[in-house]
Ligand binder design. Structure first.
Ligand code: NDP
Ligand code: 2IT
Length: 452
């Protein structure tokens, strides 16, 4: 029988090996570290998981594709971006995960996102493997025509790697309904197939699921509500700080309001808005989704209740809840200390890995309920899997039915994480619960399917 300390030593060796074999990928190292450091109890308790090579296979993507994406801007100048698709693990189903278009994208970022996705998708229980992709293309300030040409060029290479039974991309930062439309159009043209299930996040009139745009934000609020319920509280009357002002942030703010809470902030990379009356989500949608503007425009239009703080971080605004919904490592140890000082009760991650490891440890030590992204933001990919199910059945469900399923799935994920944490001696630790529960599902499938 392997002891926990022997297991921990083996995991430490593996982490060192991961850093050597994957140089200059700090985000991937961080994601691997955050998962592996919680697995010792399950590896020690269940000898089948300590089988040589299992964890080593789990941290190595099944396939990684990098390609050139040339495109012409409106002046006819040629630009060359880099495209990525990392197909991480398909033990539970076709690779599934979004595409991110942002100048910070590189292989390490896509690998961290793909690795997280493997566990997240397992937690949904819906038969989807994990993958992620994207490009260092920056859509800010680009015309619709430029974005279209970029998407067409990107798909002209990507199409050969994806398919409804192989790999099913969707949106992430910088990729929303507009981009999915252009990508789908080019896939359909190249392949001459109406293969609706090859991409999710499509328009509702041509195969998209109702509630997919809302699903990540709504799901995160439902997860936060479940964590509060566990402590005998609910959302009614709570104040929340939300970062970001994109897809996830907008629908987080909307659902908080629907459940009686009040989001008082939103942000983008230029700074944040604090709105004493609570963010007016319709105005935010108009500025961000219709006009593709910035949050300072929201503050200008909102009147005296709102103020734009250039360069600041939303975490300095006192609140009961914090829902980071912008990007990785946007909430560090100092931010966590500020939140704790201001009496925060729960932090639930809408973004992927927004809290640094030091911030997570500080929040947990301080008794704050902490929902890790791979559990709390799984509602988006869960409804993507429901979109695939509707596509395969050539049907579409009502919004009420999708939302009912989303609610059930988020509550199930909460219960699974909570019970798994209890079972492995870490009560209330959703990070350990999510990692171990996701790991068990993927590892069981990998063991059953042999060394591949
Ligand atoms: P959007 O592109 O719709 O919005 C992103 C928001 O985050 C914008 O307000 C953007 O501001 C801000 N942001 C992005 N990068 C940075 C940065 N480096 N520094 C500061 N602010 C930044 O993306 P989403 O809302 O879809 O995604 C937000 C997060 O949620 C990501 O971590 C994503 O991986 C995660 N997520 C998304 C899901 C989905 O279904 N869309 C599902 C699960 C998780 P600016 O415009 O100034 O860059
Ligand atoms: O990080 C994520 O889970 C997403 N960007 C959504 C992925 C998806 O396939 O819907």
């Amino acid at each position: 029988m392997t002891t926990r300390s022997e297991t921990r030593t083996a995991l430490d060796h593996l982490l060192t090996e991961i850093e050597h074999r994957n140089p200059a990928q700090p985000e991937f190292h961080q994601a691997a570290h955050e998962v592996l450091e919680t697995l010792a109890p399950v590896l020690a308790a269940r000898p089948e998981y300590a089988e040589p090579g299992l964890v080593e296979r789990l941290v190595e993507p099944e396939r990684q594709v990098i390609f050139r994406v040339p495109w012409q801007d409106d002046q006819g100048r040629v630009h060359v971006n880099r495209g990525f698709r990392v197909e991480f693990n398909s033990a539970l189903g076709p690779y599934k995960g979004g595409l991110r278009f942002h100048p910070s994208v590189n292989l390490g970022v896509i690998k961290f996102l793909g690795f997280e996705q493997v566990f997240k998708n397992a937690l949904t229980g819906l038969g989807i493997g994990g993958g992620k992709g994207g490009s260092d293309f920056d859509p800010h300030g680009r015309s619709d025509a430029e974005v279209m040409r970029f998407c067409q060029s990107f798909m002209t290479e990507l199409y050969r790697h994806i398919g409804e039974h192989t790999d099913v991309p969707a949106g992430d930062i910088g990729v929303g309904g507009r981009e999915i439309g252009y990508l789908f159009g080019q896939y359909r043209r190249i392949t001459n197939r109406w293969e609706a299930g090859v991409l999710t996040g499509k328009g509702a009139g041509w195969g998209g699921s109702l509630i997919r745009p809302e699903a990540t934000g709504y799901g995160n609020v439902l997860f936060a509500a479940a964590m509060l319920r566990e402590r005998g509280e609910d959302l009614e009357g709570q104040t929340a700080v939300v970062s970001g002002s994109g897809n996830v942030a907008i629908y987080t703010i909307e659902k908080l309001a629907a459940l009686g809470a009040n989001a008082v902030t939103c942000s983008d990379s230029s700074g944040y808005v604090v709105d004493e009356k609570g963010i007016d989500v319709e105005l935010l949608k108009q500025v961000k989704e219709v006009e593709r503007g910035r949050v300072d425009t929201y503050a200008e239009r909102r009147g005296s209740s709102a103020r734009f703080v250039p360069g600041g971080r939303v975490w300095e605004v006192p609140a009961d809840l914090a829902l980071p919904s912008a990007t990785q490592n946007e909430l560090d140890e100092n931010d966590a200390a500020t939140l704790v000082r201001n009496g925060v009760k729960a932090v639930s991650e809408g973004a992927n890995m927004p809290a640094t490891p030091e911030a997570v440890h500080l929040l947990q030590r301080s008794g704050v309920a902490f929902g890790p992204g791979k559990a709390a933001n799984a509602g988006g990919v869960a409804v993507s899997a429901l979109e695939m199910a509707q596509n395969h059945a050539r049907t579409s469900w009502t919004a009420a039915r999708v939302e009912e399923e989303l609610t059930r799935i988020m509550n199930d994920i909460h219960t699974t994480c909570h019970e798994t944490a209890d079972r492995y001696g870490a009560p209330g630790d959703y990070v350990t619960g999510a990692n171990i529960a996701g790991f068990e599902r993927v590892a069981d499938a990998m063991l059953a399917q042999g060394v591949i």
